[in-house]
Design a binder for this molecule. Structure first.
Ligand code: PBG
Length: 337
């Protein structure tokens, strides 16, 4: 009996490889595609002018002063990137116990937003309201007697969110995981005439080791006392994450985010299926760094894995991805037409 006959007996007419046989069949059956419209580019802002300061733990990523960031954001808009997400590296002397600089109308983050909206009006600006860039202890909220106090923090971030919207932010993205924040921010924005400012909730933010390089980027790693386990979700819990997202949907979130990304694709899928809202994944600093470091050692094909990971987010149901690779991806997509 010949071997072909044996295979036929098992597969019958079912041969998956027919659709994979040529480039044209593969293109025809491709289910998901990554385009420039899927990209949100996170950037780090520092005070001063003319500064482009490389972040050691994130090769290829820089902290930029507002003037330099404006140039970079122009380039992003020219490439067709729909939105940026900004994170400030605040001067140490402005950081305090309560993160009071978050309530200064022309603080670094708001200066940057105003500059971007003026110079590059056709790119969306997404701002975070967590307090960690502003606190002397590196936590996302107000720390009192060893506890991150929920309601007082919410009260402060609502006021910060309104100031960010006043400065021109298009979407407020609260990442500090306090309870009740989405509804409170929505009410605050509406009451101050910002009905059109959206909320992208960091609905499921996990307590993760993947944030390490980010904490170097905004200089919170040396400050952080303890961990963030009392407000971020445990990596062990999927159902709890879906429930947390459900509350944010009820409270009025326009978009949901899952963070970190690649290790949490199940959460992306569950949340997309459960709510049907636009879902975004944040491919965080540690994910970026892993790929970069291995590629720089010649151990993996970095470009290939960059494209593969972003496509996998699409397959998992994401409408878009926040990624430090956004500019590289946009350039690559532009080149390949
Ligand atoms: C905190 C915040 C974090 C990130 C953005 N804002 C996590 C943290 O420091 O705990 C992580 C982003 C990244 O790792 O790329 N509000």
């Amino acid at each position: 009996m010949d071997k072909t006959h044996l295979v036929d007996e098992i597969t019958g007419h079912r041969r998956m490889r027919r659709n994979r046989k040529a480039d044209w069949t593969r293109r025809l059956v491709q289910e998901n595609r990554l385009t420039v419209d899927d990209l949100i580019w996170p950037i780090f802002i520092v005070p001063g002018t003319g500064i482009v300061d490389p972040i050691t733990a994130m090769p290829g990523v820089n902290r930029m002063s507002v003037d330099k960031a404006v140039e970079a954001v122009k380039e992003a808009a020219d490439l067709g990137i729909p939105a940026i997400a900004t994170f400030p590296d605040i001067e140490m002397e402005l950081r305090d116990e309560t993160g009071s600089n978050s309530l200064v109308a022309n603080n670094l983050i708001n200066q940057a937003t105003a500059a971007f909206k003026k110079a590059v009006p056709n790119i969306g600006v997404i701002t975070d309201v967590a307090l960690d860039p502003f606190t002397s202890h590196g936590h996302d909220g107000i720390l009192r007697d060893g506890i991150i106090v929920n309601d007082e923090t919410v009260d402060q971030i609502v006021r910060a969110a309104v100031m960010q919207a006043d400065a021109g932010a298009d979407i407020i993205a609260p990442s500090e995981m306090m309870d009740g924040r989405i509804g409170a921010i929505r009410r605050g924005l509406d009451a101050s005439g910002h009905q059109d400012v959206g909320i992208m909730s960091y609905a499921t933010k996990f307590s993760s080791g993947f944030y390490g390089p980010y904490r170097e980027a905004i200089n919170t790693s040396g400050l952080l006392k303890g961990d963030k386990n009392s407000y971020y979700i445990s990596p062990a819990n999927g159902t709890e994450a879906v429930r947390d997202a459900a509350l944010d949907v009820e409270e009025g979130a326009d978009m949901l985010m899952v963070k970190p990304g690649i290790a949490y694709l199940d959460i992306c899928w569950r949340i997309k299926e459960a709510f049907g809202l636009p879902v975004f994944a944040y491919q965080v600093s540690g994910e970026y760094t892993q790929i970069k470091a291995a590629a720089m050692n010649g151990w993996i094909d970095g470009d290939r894995i960059m494209m593969e990971t972003l496509l996998c987010f699409k397959r998992a149901g994401c409408d878009g991805i926040l990624s430090y690779f956004a500019m590289d991806v946009a350039r690559k997509l532009a080149k390949n037409g």
